[in-house]
Design a protein around this ligand. Structure first.
Ligand SMILES: [Zn+2]
Length: 242
């Protein structure tokens, strides 16, 4: 085995409730459409994610276009230290990707406003046609993953790394479960932290990117990163299943 191979780090980061303080996707459908009972039905497993997105998109008020959503997104409150974190990673040659089960229509304006349009984004897309509700499309859907996402984070990650990559995952909710399970270093809050505890996935609890930045600086400085055995096995199984 060639042990001299240098490990590199790649960061995969959730968007809603992680980069932005509110769940921006949920807010948009609450303000411009009809959020319930669909969201509860999704959480209870009565509606799958694709039917959920299709339904809430069809319920958007007439005239809700990409421009309106962009404007709304630009007002969203963002974690104050996310930009510092992203820039720290860039300076240290650490590739950062956003992995989201939300939509480009509101994610890109937030990143553009922060001056972070160079981040790679894996997410769903909304196609707008004049006058009719937008159509959701899912470029990163997975057949083999058990996750409940339209845009499978695990697959987006596994398709962009090699065997010498240490995966760092940052998230807060149920759409992050499969991403965290397949990662070497996990930062988790809220539902994701509870899930990691339940599944015994080692993780750093955090409340903001201030915490993540502090810990990542230490990890990078002391080279405290390595491949997590269980994550490596999960990744191998995922490659075989695809
Ligand atoms: Zn998945």
């Amino acid at each position: 085995m060639n042990k001299s191979k240098e490990l590199k780090i790649a960061v995969f980061c959730d968007f809603d409730g992680t980069v932005t303080k509110p769940d921006l996707g949920d807010e948009i459908f609450k303000v411009y459409g009809k959020f319930e009972p669909y969201h509860s039905q999704l959480r209870e497993g009565k509606l799958n994610i694709r039917d959920y997105w299709r339904t809430v998109c069809s319920e958007l008020k007439p005239g809700t276009n990409a421009e309106i959503i962009r404007h709304f997104a630009e007002q969203a409150e963002v974690d104050s230290y996310f930009k510092d974190f992203a820039e720290f990673c860039k300076e240290n040659d650490i590739h950062v990707s956003i992995v989201s089960d939300g939509f480009d229509t509101y994610i890109n304006p937030v990143l553009n406003k922060l001056g972070l349009d160079w981040l790679h984004v894996y997410c769903n897309r909304l196609i707008f046609n004049d006058g009719s509700p937008p159509i959701p499309v899912y470029p990163y859907a997975s057949e083999s993953c058990e996750c409940l996402c339209a845009s499978c984070k695990r697959n987006s990650m596994l398709n962009s790394i090699d065997d010498n990559t240490v995966l760092v995952y940052i998230g807060d909710d149920y759409s992050d479960y499969c991403g965290a399970e397949h990662s070497d270093i996990v930062f988790a809050k809220k539902n994701l932290a509870a899930y990691c505890n339940e599944k015994k996935i080692p993780h750093y609890p955090y409340s903001t990117f201030f915490d993540i930045l502090r810990i990542m600086k230490d990890i990078v400085k002391k080279k405290k990163y390595k491949i997590r055995h269980h994550a490596k096995i999960k990744r191998k199984q995922a490659y075989e299943a695809e």
